[in-house]
Design a protein around this ligand. Structure first.
Ligand SMILES: Cc1cc2nc3c(=O)[nH]c(=O)nc-3n(C[C@H](O)[C@H](O)[C@H](O)COP(=O)(O)O)c2cc1C
Length: 311
């Protein structure tokens, strides 16, 4: 009963008051038409709104760029055609008192060369994607800058479309491929130390903030622990959260906890009914310092609280 009470109590992220803590997390339901969230897509989420969700994060893995070929019917946020659909979608959800955010991403190596415009896949290093089998071209620094800008522009389209925010997806996608030593073996300022591996994510967030302004809500979904396959360690996951909080780079964190570039890892990340309930809840406890084991940020720097940080 107590858990139920908490779940149904309101929750705030910056200015946005969610009527409860029930959230539909990002997934690609393959309901797009022409890469756009049209009637069917919107009605799928509207039913959740009617059912009472506080927040729907739609558009799982929505593509920000043509270099991120769509392989499972994602929304394309790389041009302005999407904006009127976002506006209609937001209006539809707001009528039921639900908030709406879009997950935006670049798949990096986690796609196929013969999808979309048949452009070569790109990634931090020339390391084959274990599940999708693409061998990416290692990105030049100029390309990193271009993708950084694409994130900012896609987030701006979310804002122009009247959405309540957006979420940058790192887990196993391009931003996460830079974070993980299993896919990033670069020798330049974007590889090696965790500070270097985080650089792209932080630059993408900074560019996004510069484009959308302070008020628009921008979150990050990332895998905090890839030790299931020898990738990011839990300590590194905690440090990433610490840095995101310290720099005020993200308004909320949406954390899952496994390396998911392999098929087995994916099953762990999208933990189904064979797994124990809420396997990654511990990360929220760690980040919010509930167990007093880790201190993420000082009061001065901003403190993670719940799923968001308080100013
Ligand atoms: C068909 C399907 C597609 C998914 N697509 C995405 C996605 O695009 N982006 C993402 O972050 N997670 C994706 N997920 C993972 C879900 O967001 C979620 O974390 C997972 O299903 C576990 O559900 P739970 O968090 O409710 O336990 C997908 C899951 C499924 C089943």
């Amino acid at each position: 009963m107590t858990a139920c009470k908490s779940l149904l109590s309101p929750f705030s992220i910056k200015h946005l008051r969610l009527k409860n803590r029930v959230c539909s997390v990002g997934h690609a339901p393959i309901y797009t038409q022409d890469g756009l969230p049209q009637e069917r897509y919107q009605r799928y989420h509207e039913e959740k709104a009617k059912g009472g969700v506080g927040l729907s994060i739609f558009g799982g893995s929505s593509n920000i760029s043509r270099y991120s070929g769509s392989i499972f019917g994602q929304i394309y946020v790389g041009d302005d055609r999407v904006i009127p659909y976002f506006r209609a979608f937001a209006e539809r959800m707001h009528r039921h008192g639900a908030a709406l955010m879009c997950q935006i991403s670049h798949l990096g190596r986690r796609t196929r060369w013969d999808s979309g415009d048949w452009l070569p896949t790109i990634g931090p290093s020339v390391i084959r994607d274990p599940a999708h089998h693409s061998v990416p071209r290692a990105m030049a620094v100029a390309e990193i800058r271009r993708v950084t800008q694409s994130f900012a522009e896609a987030a701006y389209r979310c804002k122009e479309g009247g959405l309540d925010g957006c979420e940058l997806l790192a887990t196993s996608h391009l931003l996460g491929q830079f974070l993980s030593p299993l896919s990033n073996q670069r020798k330049d300022e974007y590889g090696g130390s965790l500070e270097n591996r985080m650089r792209f994510l932080l630059e993408a967030l900074e560019a996004t903030r510069a484009k959308v302004g302070d008020a628009f809500i921008v979150g990050v979904r990332f895998a905090a622990d890839e030790s299931n396959e020898g990738g990011l360690t839990p300590e590194e996951g905690i440090e990433i959260a610490r840095q995101l909080g310290k720099r005020g780079a993200a308004d909320f964190l949406n954390v899952n906890g496994a390396y998911s570039s392999t098929t087995h890892g994916l099953a762990e990340t999208y933990a189904g009914m064979a797994f124990k309930s809420a396997p990654y809840i511990r990360w929220t406890q760690i980040f919010t310092d509930k167990n007093k084991k880790y201190k993420i940020c000082t009061q001065k720097e901003g403190k993670w609280s719940g799923l968001t940080k308080t100013p």
